[in-house]
Design a protein around this ligand. Sequence first.
Ligand code: SF4
Ligand code: SF4
Length: 494
Amino acid sequence: MIKSFPLARSQYKIFKHEGVEVIYNIEFPYYTRSLPLLKELLSFRLINNKSQLNELKSNYGEKKVQNAMNWLVKKNFFKGSNEKDYNEITTSDREYDQNIHTIVLSISHDCNLACSYCYADRGRYGGQKGFCSFHTAKATVDFLFENSGEHEKLKFFFFGGEPLLNFSLVQKVVPYIRKKEREYGKHVRIGFTTNATILTKKIIDFCNDNDIYIHVSIDGPKHIHDINRPFPNKIGSFDLIKKNLQYLFETRPKGVSSRATFTHGNIHLIKSIQSILEMGFASVYIGPASGLHESSIRQEDLGTVMNQYNSLMQMYIEKKKNNERFPVNPLDLKVKQCNRRRLKARLYGCGAGRGYVAVTKDGDIFPCKKCIESGYFRLGDIYDGISEEMHKYFLTNIVTKPTKECSSCWVRFLCGGSCIMRPLEYGVMDIDKSYNFLCEITKYIYKLAMIINIKLEEMHMATLWPRFKLERDLTRIPEEEFSKNWKYNLIHIY
Ligand code: SF4
Ligand code: SF4
């Protein structure tokens, strides 16, 4: 008598939304519209369950069952659990690399607005207001080039507070960066994010002449923007920035990108997005206000946020049907990330401390600008460099150590893990109930992104997504492609 063995299955999730049921391979990211045959095969508990198999063969035909099984094997649904690998990969420091490609330099620890959700204490990061000197900025540029290793394409961003309060520094630093570019034979993308309140024609001309990227913070129609982003005297900033942006739009044929924030009590994603795009922006990234501010998104807002995202999904599909862009992020980014031709596992949530660092006005180095206020994870300074000990501690214990929640989360290989500063924003040490609703938003957007891809593929949006038909795919996989292990599974299930 043949002994029964448990079938080695990878973790998978089945979810249904808007009439589309999806099977998603959690550990080796891949997904498809669910089919009854696939679900039945995935429900097998034992690898030699002859009676269950015979029943399937008589219902679907032997060829179809075999092909479906082959397809599941090819897409790693029977590769076993990757859980051990996940922890091993993500806690290893074998990738240790001190080289950097991106620096964000705070040139103004001061701001002229008083946004309701500001995480940076109006640019002061819990300290004194002040500006970065040319001496520090120049040394930061040197630090970037000297530590860029093999990286050919570098990035240098100015931030604050409001960086344009110290625009005279930008005017001096940019020519210095361009000089270093020639010396090293590398290219630097220079940019900044501004509230646009002091964006003059002179500044715009300088940026246009020097190929400087400008990203604008704006929260949408006047009545929303003015509540979220007033001056300290409570007067809204919308009218002023609208006037200032006119010349920017006229002189930037490739378009201008924007960043919007939605807050508790002001969850009007659709209105904000429509208003921002109608103003003339080429794209918008919209995210929730987070942390322990009064205006931060809370658990009770989740339903409203999800409803709005659902409408965004419908709008996205309509636009794509007409072959138009829908440059709304993070939705568009996640749709592209979930395009099945490109799908690959992500092991990190962001690049903080891994090639990307933030530098304060005094030259202290942190893994990210959000760390500055807390003072946590100071890695060194631009004069003495990054401390290898501190950097390794940060990479091994903070960046690569999966949180308890992430280790068991179904989108862990798409999301890559939380923003490292999020627990500190909420005064906790791990993702827990105090803010896991933000993760619910992330998971929901991934669901929508998969459904958008499936719907567009099925509408034969061949120009954007390669036409994909599961039935066709199932009949085209040559068995020789499978590795020995996969064959082992196949041999034993039949
Ligand atoms: S959604 Fe949240 S719990 Fe899931 S992997 Fe991302 S950060 Fe971790
Ligand atoms: S996700 Fe968080 S830690 Fe990473 S870069 Fe953004 S703010 Fe910094």
